[in-house]
Design a protein around this ligand. Structure first.
Ligand code: PHE
Length: 372
């Protein structure tokens, strides 16, 4: 599936001051990696579908074709994200215009599906977030949302309070899913906060000597159910990151691999083949470049990352702050190390120097910083 091509002009008014969607992001719309049966993301989606199909007699409905372009109401208001929450900022979210965003989570579809009368469903799709650059972060990734509504007869029999009943059912479901996918894997639950669930939890999986957050979940806030006409119910919801899980399952060392069309990657995976271990083709050498500048008040790391990605695309592997200080005049200097590396070939000195000089030009022009 090549996906549907959406042209920028169909969606974005270029003179809209709120629009912060660069072409590099725009070109990802419609790629639909999660609908490719031989792609690790699609294979994983299907494996999760299988888990739900074989463990629940009451079917979960599946949606994997809902548009990633949603209203701020769907993405934020409907799921009770407060007006001053950071996720609403232009620094964190891609705005098409002041009322329209690229969804930053699949939770954006909870309320509309509930209103339409769906009560048990899985929603899979591409989600978009402005973020830092490293091996597990990419501005586009895929999530699967799960949602399950219960009625009084479900929990009455257990003698438990409805919230406790839902929380226990949720954890049992997700632990079962983790075992279905991984066999045995070390995992832990961490208490957390989401505006739309209470209580809320995160599941972390032990990967490469570190705990990796793979999903958020919890018992849905009653207001969300009430707004959809469900007065006497309780529900759980989860949102899991497919790339993170797939990296662990298939041993994929860098999140950029999911976007490559290099056959040495794509040919290693087959429909229904869960957990085939990726065999890296030779790893090409990295090239490190440092850049230092005096930042301005409006400087953000996300903006910097976007400038670098706009120039180097997937040739940038990581961007990290290696030094910072403030002088007597109150000016703050940042030094970043940019790691350039291609997954497909060796980069030449010449092209890396060229990229770096473009980065230097653009940060000055776009970010209002003073190079040192
Ligand atoms: N939407 C949350 C996120 O993207 C995940 C989540 C989904 C948490 C559903 C709770 C319930 O981080």
């Amino acid at each position: 599936i090549g996906g549907v091509t959406i042209s920028r002009n169909d969606v974005v008014r270029d003179d809209d001051p709120t629009n912060n969607v660069p072409d590099s992001i725009f070109s990802k719309l419609g790629m639909q990696l999660h609908r490719r049966d031989k792609h690790p993301i699609g294979i994983l989606k299907n494996a999760i579908y299988n888990y739900f199909d074989s463990n629940y007699s009451k079917k979960f409905e599946k949606f994997d074709d809902l548009s990633p372009i949603v209203t701020t109401k769907q993405n934020f208001d409907d799921v009770l994200v407060p007006a001053d929450h950071v996720s609403r900022s232009l620094n964190d979210t891609y705005y098409v215009d002041s009322q329209t965003v690229l969804r930053c989570h699949t939770s954006a579809h909870q309320a509309e599906l509930l209103r339409k009368g769906h009560s048990r469903f899985l929603v899979t799709g591409d989600v978009y977030r402005r973020d830092s650059i490293d091996s597990t972060h990419y501005p586009v990734f895929h999530q699967m949302e799960g949602f399950c509504v219960f009625s009084p007869e479900d929990w009455n029999e257990s003698g438990k309070d409805s919230t406790l009943y839902a929380a226990e059912d949720l954890k049992k479901c997700l632990e079962g899913l983790a075992r279905h996918l991984f066999g045995s894997v070390e995992m832990r639950w961490v208490d957390t906060y989401f505006p739309f669930t209470n209580p809320s939890f995160e599941l972390e999986i032990y990967f490469k000597e570190d705990w990796l957050e793979v999903l958020g979940c919890g018992v849905t806030e009653q207001v969300i159910l009430k707004q959809s006409g469900l007065e006497n119910n309780v529900a759980w919801a989860f949102g899991l990151g497919l790339e993170r899980l797939a990296m662990v399952l298939f041993d994929i060392p860098d999140i950029r691999f999911f976007w490559t069309s290099d056959e040495r990657f794509t040919s290693q995976f087959g429909k229904g083949e869960l957990g085939v271990k990726f065999k890296p083709y030779s790893k090409y050498p990295p090239c490190y470049k440092d850049i230092s500048f005096w930042i301005s008040d409006s400087f953000t790391e996300n903006n910097f990352c976007e400038v670098v990605r706009g120039i180097a695309g997937d040739l940038v592997e990581e961007l990290k702050l290696i030094d910072q200080f403030t002088n007597k005049k109150g000016m703050t200097s940042h030094c970043y190390r940019i790691v350039f590396r291609s997954m497909e070939r060796s980069l030449t000195d010449e092209e890396v120097n060229d990229l770096q000089s473009k980065v230097r030009d653009e940060v000055q022009k776009k970010l209002n910083v003073e190079l040192r």
